[in-house]
Design a protein. Structure first.
Length: 202
């Protein structure tokens, strides 16, 4: 984090701007829930210490559209979390995380916090920079587009029909403190990929 960044809502009808967050932390990449009742975003407020001037990895958070308390979503304790995207029926949340080093796409079931690994890319699911948005989900089409770092450039790939490569279980869904894998790391599945755009590299 370099400067405080906040979530704001602009009302088109009244042309008014309203702050949802306003503090010393950084809040990025907000996305509306399907019913418009809440925003999910990434923040460093749960991993940073202002008194020690140490800034940690991005974590997932949710706030009501009316404002108020910022709640942490239970997820991984290691690595960053970026680019949350709600699925078509509002029961799952896609995001990019790097619990074991390589950023990949994960899907969390909101009812119980269960996390499923969707991609198994060895380089990185990434935007132009490490903190840029890397995925976009089209709810009606049920398609997930994402960028992949490869050979010094970026592939843009489209995933149709989500398949799971690894399951993760939140050991303490209420606290969001502990996440454990319940399947071996070697479990994988074939992901259908369509390369539709290529930039850089060879």
């Amino acid at each position: 984090m370099s400067v405080p960044l906040h979530c704001l809502v602009f009302d088109i009808e009244t042309r008014s701007l309203r702050r949802l967050t306003q503090d010393a932390f950084a809040d990025l990449q907000p996305t509306w829930s399907n019913d418009g009742a809440a925003l999910t975003f990434v923040t460093d407020r749960f991993s940073s210490r202002l008194d020690a001037l140490t800034f940690g990895d991005w974590r997932l958070a949710t706030i009501a559209a009316s404002g108020g308390r910022v709640d942490r979503r239970p997820a991984f304790e290691t690595g960053g979390h970026l680019n949350p995207q709600w699925d078509d029926d509002g029961t799952h949340l896609f995001f990019v995380a790097s619990p074991d080093g390589a950023p990949n796409i994960y899907r969390q079931r909101l009812a119980d916090g269960r996390i499923q690994q969707v991609t198994d890319v060895v380089t990185a699911v990434s935007g132009i920079t490490s903190g840029s948005p890397a995925i976009s989900y089209a709810p009606e089409a049920r398609r997930l587009a994402f960028g992949v770092l490869r050979n010094g450039g970026y592939d843009l790939r489209v995933l149709e029909g989500i398949q799971v490569t690894r399951n993760w279980v939140v050991a303490s869904p209420g606290s969001g403190i502990s996440v454990q894998a319940n399947l071996p790391s070697t479990v994988s599945a074939t992901i259908s990929r369509n390369i539709v755009w290529r930039s850089g590299g060879s």
